[in-house]
Design a binder for this molecule. Structure first.
Ligand code: AHR
Length: 339
């Protein structure tokens, strides 16, 4: 199958090269693949580099698909735009890569390009966030996180923390909710868990809900504006959908000297568990971090190697993830981690 696609890729490359010579342009789309090479070529489409987490995921994928193992990895950064990711995937198809790995920025809008990959006979592995498509056969496997389960872990923490034993009920809560990139699985799952909890607890209110796009800068802006409009004394929980956002919200609190974390009214909850955020958890600034594990490279390698060997692969593989508070963290543990 690889041979056939490589021959097809070479023919396409020659046609493209001739047309490029004629129009005086260089042929960068195909020049990334060495002709007549036995390497297995993987096209890897990331939505961007919005967070330290995503950089760790990119590194994890680069670490496993090495030349020493017989792979050539072509990495494309979608610059936070679905259009760009779709263009990148079309380039992979044109190049005749052997596999395509996509971390989709949002869940929908992939049917057409995935049909094109399927027609070209290129297996697609969806990674990190999921897609919603008309036909599940448009991709071969999914490897990533269960974001709803992540959200539920954060809610369990909040419920435990705010359960009033004597009254047998939960404390009244005002929650500032800073969301991730809208319509991404990470946002949808984490938001759904919170909204479901708020529906179940009559005395829990989301007083602000805005999109921080998984970035520190946007979250800082949202928190800054919130602190101008809302009395900080009324805020109980800041539910940030990733560590970058938690750091942005904390920066805004610090700027005007609002206390939060250990021994204070405001509790910050976050997702990812990058080392810098875990340090902030250990020192009491962030109360709970639900892990979103970016070390997905080995899982992807396993899927690709099974496919190389002609084996069936699981359609869905969820990555193992933990939940951290000050109680289960230590300096040594944080130092032992990779991201
Ligand atoms: O899809 C996973 C999310 O995307 C991570 O929580 C976030 O940090 C990243 O940018």
């Amino acid at each position: 199958m690889f041979r056939y696609r490589k021959v097809l890729g070479s023919i396409l490359a020659i046609i493209l090269a001739i047309s490029c010579v004629c129009c005086g342009k260089s042929n960068s789309a195909t020049s990334e693949i060495e002709e007549n090479s036995d390497q297995i070529v993987i096209g890897f489409s990331q939505p961007g580099a919005e967070s330290a987490w995503r950089v760790a995921l990119t590194d994890s994928v680069k670490e496993v698909f090495t030349e020493a193992r017989g792979y050539k990895l072509i990495y494309k950064d979608g610059q936070s735009k679905q259009d760009k990711q779709i263009r990148d995937i079309r380039t992979f198809i044109q190049q005749g890569v052997d596999y395509i790995i996509i971390c989709p920025i949002v869940e929908t809008g992939w049917d057409t390009v995935l049909s094109e990959a399927k027609q070209a006979g290129i297996p697609v592995i969806i990674c990190d966030r999921n897609v919603v498509v008309s036909n599940e056969s448009l991709y071969t496997a999914f490897v990533g996180s269960d974001f709803q389960a992540e959200g539920e872990k954060a809610i369990s923490y909040i419920e435990d923390k705010y359960y009033l034993e004597e009254e047998g009920t939960y404390k009244d809560l005002n929650i500032v909710h800073i969301q991730g990139t809208l319509d991404s699985s990470a946002q949808l799952g984490r938001t759904e868990a919170l909204e479901k909890a708020v529906e179940e607890h009559d005395n829990w209110n989301i007083i602000v809900q805005e999109c921080g796009d998984f970035t520190k800068a946007k979250a800082r802006e949202i928190m800054k504006k919130t602190l101008e409009e809302v009395d900080p004394k009324t805020i109980d929980v800041i539910y940030c959908e990733n560590d970058e956002e938690a750091m942005g919200a904390i920066a805004a609190l610090n700027e005007i000297g609002i206390h939060y974390g250990d021994g204070n009214q405001i509790t910050v909850v976050s997702f990812d568990a990058t080392n810098s955020a875990l340090e902030m958890c250990l020192n009491g600034q962030i109360s709970c971090i639900v892990e979103c594990n970016p070390l997905q490279g080995p899982y992807l390698l396993n899927i690709v190697e099974m496919l190389n060997a002609g084996k069936m692969v699981p359609k869905i593989t969820y990555i193992e993830e933990n939940c951290y508070t000050k109680d289960n963290l230590s300096e040594d543990f944080i130092k032992s981690r990779k991201y």
